[in-house]
Design a protein around this ligand. Sequence first.
Ligand code: SAM
Length: 270
Amino acid sequence: MSKLFICGTPIGNIKDITIHCLEILKEVDIIACEDTRQTLKLLNFYGIKKKLVSYHEHNKKIAGENILKLLNSGKNVAYVSDAGMPCISDPGADLVVFARENSFDVEIIPGPSAFTTAIALSGLNTKQFVFEGFIEQKKRAEFINRIKYEKRPTIIYEAPHRLLKTLQFLSNELEDRNLFLARELTKIHEEIFYGTIDETIKFLTENPPRGEYVILIYGAKNDENFDEMSIAEHVKFYLQNNYDLKSAIKNVARDRNISKSQVYSVVHKS
Ligand code: SAM
């Protein structure tokens, strides 16, 4: 029975690839990839010659069908994205579901991810954190609702041309939180910067963004002690801070680690 292999590839340093991943890339019949030019660089470095097919966000329906045909004809297929782990802010998840729905096994070959690399480099004691990936432009208000009182650090990805705009937006919407900025991780120009949002804006104004960035936003310092509030008071706190009822219930459930229906039942009674 043929298989789909989801393979993690380097986020920068080409040597950050596992022996297992190289073995799989050598053994499979076909490699599906986001951008064939990008994957060719990796394969050429390791002397791997393999047929490539493209699978990306904009062709995933047709490309997915073609990959299914390959699996049905007994071929083993590996999928790699441009960098890091497929399916993490990258295509791949639909392919995983599609293969499994069609009764094919999916094997995972883990590799680096930019956000885990940044967290480790930050030195932050992150027993818990929130990964938001790219902020959806049309859902920026909802993003702020989620993180405004979030005490755990939040990690986001951002493209260099939007970085300053995004930081300006954070500066307008949040208290001046601390940030850890990690640029070009594992590459020649790797660089880190610690500072408040406004200090980071100043730094980037003097050193215009270039390359790839992970931003770690430290947790909210709010002094509100939710433990001392009743559930009803806790909901009221969010409502008074301009949250709608649905978001307030969601946040209370998250803060107290209880279900939304438990919060809803209290709201419903009061
Ligand atoms: N699948 C990847 C992963 O596992 O992290 C993420 C792919 S996402 C399309 C690309 C974003 O990841 C970039 O815009 C940047 O925010 C972040 N990123 C990827 N490589 C990076 C690196 N070497 N240094 C810093 N950020 C990186």
